[in-house]
Every structure is written in C-alpha cells, then in structure tokens.
Design a protein around this ligand. Structure first.
Ligand code: NAD
Length: 502
C-alpha cells in the first residue's frame, strides 16, 4: 500500500503513484475514498492519482489547523522565521525533483519550473525576514491610560491556488500566512496537485504537525467546502474571476475575510520610440510563453503598437513567435510545452476559432502542431486586424495567444487600454520618461511595468484592480493581511498615595 508520498516517484514509464493528502501530520485518503487522475499533458499518460477530497475532508483539515494554530502562534516570530528558513533550505535541496514533477504534471517548460522553485524559496526567505513586522502602534493618551494596537493571526488560513504555477503558488503563497502565525490549508488546482503533495512531504520534516496541511480535490466539492467553512476566518484565493465571485459569496455567509488575485487581460502599449525588434522579443517574453505557455495572469495579450511601427513590429513579432520551439517541456531545447489539461486546450482552441469567426487575421500559429499526435499542444499564436470589440481583445485566453492592435493618439490608447473590467497589470515600452510616467499614472491596473514586464523586485506588492481582485501579495501588506488588528486600552488604577510611601 502506498504511503502517499510522491517526490522522486513520479515519472514517465513508471507505475502511477497514489498520492495522499496531508492533514494534521497524517497522510490520508479522502473520506469518500474517491480519487482524481493526474495526467501528463505531454504524453496524456496517467502519472498518478490524488484523493478527491470533499466536505468531510475540509472539516478534518480545518480541525487540524485549528488545533495546531495556538502552539504555532505561541512559538513566537523568531522561531517561526527560523523554521521557514529551514523549510526554504529543505525545498532548495530537492529543487530539481520538484521542478521535474511540475513539468510532468503541468507541461510547463523545465527552465520555467526551475525558476518557479527558486521563486518559492525566495518567498519563504522574504517572509521569514518580515515575520517580526506584525507590530501595532501606540496611541497618545492622558496619564491615566495606555492605548495600543496589536496584530494577531487569524488562526486558520485557507489558501486556494490555480493550476498554472503549481509548486510556486502552493508553497510561496503559504509563506506570508505562516510567518504571521497562522496554520494554513493549501488546496492546489485539481489538474496539477502533485507538487503540493511533495511540499507536504518536505514540510513534514520541518514544521509541527497541522501547521501546513495540503488537501486535494475539485473546486466545486473541496474548494467550496473550505471557503464556506465557519472555521476558516481568512481565505486567500488565486484563480479565475468567476470562482473569485463564488468565493466572496460563500465566505460572506460567515463573514470570512477574503483576498482575491484574479484574471487579467493586460494591455501592452508600445510607443514609436522603441527598438522594434527588441520590442517584439520583449512582447513575446511578456506573454510568459517560455515560463508557463501563456497560462499566466500577467500575460500581455493585448498589444497596442503605434501605427508608425505597426507593420514592422508585426513582422518582427511573427518572426519571433515562429522561432519558438514547441515540444517536450522536459527537453531543455524546447521553449514551450503543452497546455496543462485537455479541457483547457479546448477552451483556448475555442478562443482561437471565435477570433477567426469575428474577423481577426491569424498571422501565425492557431493549430495543434504535428509530431507525436499526443499531448495538449497548441502553437503560439498571433492575431492581427483585431478591433477592441472582438472577443479575442476582451476575454482572458490564458494561453499563448497575442492580439496586435494599432494606436496613434496617447489619450485614446489609454482610454482603450482601460476599457476592460479587468485591471491586473498594464505594460508600457518607451524610452520617453515623460510618456512612461504619464501612462503609469493613467493606466488602470494594480501593477504597471515600464520596459520589463514581469521583472518584479522581491517585496513589490502585486494585486489587481477592478474585477482582477483586491488585496496585495508579495510585499509587507500581504503579511499584515493575515493578521487582524486589536486595540487595547488600559485604564490605570487610580493613583494611591499610600503606594508611594514605604
Ligand atoms: P479556477 O478559478 O478555475 O481555479 C482556481 C482554484 O480554485 C483551483 O484550486 C480550483 O479547484 C478552485 N476552485 C474552483 N471553484 C471553486 C469554488 N467554488 N470554491 C473554492 N475553490 C474553487 O482558475 P484556474 O483555471 O485554475 O486558473 C486560471 C485563472 O487564475 C486565470 O483566470 C488566471 O488569470 C488566474 N490567475 C491569477 C493570478 C494572479 O495573481 N492574479 C495568478 C495565477 C492565475
């Protein structure tokens, strides 16, 4: 019988693993015994299965986290920080098997997944360093009172993450909540759950039982049960707009505090003063094609390029996209692997079909590449002759699909870039500092990149505006968001003159 662990045991041609959930320090099956398949999107073969958790498992996870949370908080921040650093080191020691596991389970390229593991390690170190910064303030009072605030952890934090950066999100997005003194329940995307199980394996040797619980299952069953749970006062969600809306409604029933990192339809405004070939290369990089096949919330899928360089830019973009090597993501010679799962391939293909039907011109890509005939591959795709009203310019595709639109008036392109319900990132390529600052000021997004999309210094807060969500992550604010403020006013006893005289 399997012990439920997966690290170093998953591979092509190997027997499928039977992973388990990790709740309260124990490896467990779902109460129902049901399981979900984990498919390698490159070969379409079964890598293993994970428990299909549901409401009873959510209850167990919340109970375990509640039980562990008091001692974790009482440990104090210096000890917690030390343990988070130990966890970072332990993750670093198995970085390569973790990266390979994510490649197999998600289809993301190996170089990108190595970067993802490094990023998770950085997050652990970053929040270990900040762990003591949950202090309050004192309020000036008269001589007979002392008044101050303190920040206390919620106790239990539910952390729901999507499929696209499996380990980076399962691990890195737990760091701040743990540092703040909470026990955490991580629920990964059901399509890419294996590396979250591996996280539990690594953490088991470092953290006290119940401090980091990993549960697996679908969003509809397990996710919904977790976010509706009255024992989960704080829910942090990364995923789609539609799910974010459902989570707000569910958490509202018990006044759960929610932060939401949701989708994007991010504009990239390219000004006429750029080096056109370099801009084309950077536009492809901004789509995160090589890191996660365009399955990134930050992908810049709406490219507004100045009319004076539009033709030259489009040619350079198409040339660059045609250079992208699509194939087995474990092979370092390839830039891009398949999409993460079959239903997503259908979804992305549907966006491409609708774009053509609405009159956009397919400049390159759009098909499933030949080859083995297996795997959920789709060619990186560029559309031209796109107008603002077309679905391809409005809907999040979450795949390697770019649309080129032209502009000639700066105010007008700002209006068009902002004409969306989403507001995750906005992106600008220009050498003109005045234009850069003007656009940074006027674009409606939670994060604006000028000349270097995705280059986020550690600690720079990330989070959307409008329907892209609310709450900032990756900076000090995220740490504080896992605490609640309490005000304490102490009225001092009336002065007793007898005390002063021996
Ligand atoms: P999704 O919303 O379908 O699923 C995300 C997670 O939510 C999964 O773990 C899923 O099981 C769970 N879930 C689904 N329904 C639920 C429910 N009713 N209650 C609780 N949990 C539920 O998203 P996805 O397809 O996995 O990911 C793609 C989306 O995520 C895109 O829209 C993308 O832009 C977004 N995303 C945002 C960020 C960001 O930082 N803003 C980062 C990555 C991805």
């Amino acid at each position: 019988m399997s012990d439920g662990r997966v690290l170093g045991r998953v591979g092509r041609g190997r027997p499928p693993v039977a992973a388990r959930m990790h709740i309260g320090g124990q490896w467990r099956e779902a109460a129902s015994g049901a399981r979900l398949d984990c498919i390698d999107p490159t070969t379409e073969e079964l890598l293993g299965t994970v428990p299909a958790g549901a409401a009873a498992d959510a209850d167990a996870a919340v109970a375990a986290a509640q039980e562990a949370s008091g001692a974790w908080r009482a440990l104090g921040w210096t000890r917690r920080a030390a343990l988070l650093r130990d966890l970072a080191d332990a993750v670093g020691e198995v970085a390569e098997p973790l990266a390979v596991l994510d490649v197999l389970d998600s289809g993301n390229p190996i170089a990108g997944m190595r970067g993802d593991i490094e990023s998770a390690v950085r997050e652990l170190h970053y929040y270990a360093g900040l762990a003591g910064q949950t202090h309050g303030v004192s309020t000036p009072t008269g001589p007979d009172t002392v008044s101050f605030t303190k920040r206390e952890p919620y106790g239990v934090v539910v952390r729901i993450v999507p499929f696209n950066h499996p380990f980076k999100f399962a691990c890195g997005k737990a760091a701040a909540a743990l540092a703040a003194g909470n026990a955490v329940i991580v629920k990964p995307g059901e399509q890419t759950s294996l590396s979250a199980v591996a996280l539990a394996e690594v953490a088991e040797a470092v953290l006290p039982p119940g401090v980091l619980n990993v549960v697996t299952g679908t969003g509809a069953e397990l996710g919904q049960a977790l976010v509706s749970h009255p024992g989960a006062p704080r829910v942090a969600f990364t995923g789609s707009v539609a799910t974010g809306r459902r989570i707000m409604v569910a958490a509202a029933q018990h006044f759960g505090h929610v932060t939401l990192e949701l989708g994007g339809k991010n504009p990239l405004v390219i000004c006429p003063d750029v080096d056109v070939r370099q801009a084309a290369r950077s536009a492809v990089a901004s789509m995160n094609v090589a890191r996660s096949n365009g399955q990134s919330c930050g992908s810049t899928s709406r490219i507004y390029v100045h009319e004076s360089i539009r033709a030259e830019f489009t040619d350079a973009l198409v040339d660059r996209v045609r250079e992208i090597r699509v194939g087995d993501p474990l092979d370092e010679a390839n830039d891009v692997g398949p999409l993460a799962f079959e239903a997503h391939l259908q979804r992305v293909s549907g966006h491409i079909t609708r774009a053509q039907a609405s009159g956009a011109t397919l400049a390159t890509g759009g098909s499933r590449p030949g080859g083995t005939g297996r795997g959920y591959f789709i060619e990186p795709t560029v559309f031209t002759d796109v107008t603002d009203e077309m679905p391809i310019a409005r809907d999040e595709v979450f795949g390697p699909v770019m649309s080129v639109l032209g502009w000639s008036d700066l105010d007008d392109v700002v209006r068009r870039a902002n004409d969306t319900e989403l507001g995750l990132t906005a992106n600008v390529f220009t050498r003109d500092l005045r234009v850069a600052h003007r656009l940074a000021d006027q674009l409606q997004a939670g994060y604006v990149y000028v000349n270097g999309t995705g280059r986020r210094p550690p600690g720079s807060p990330f989070g959307g505006w409008k329907h892209s969500g609310f709450g900032k992550e990756n900076g000090p604010e995220e740490l504080l968001s896992y605490t609640r403020e309490k005000t304490v006013t102490v009225t001092l006893p009336a002065e007793d003159p007898d005390w002063a005289t021996p």
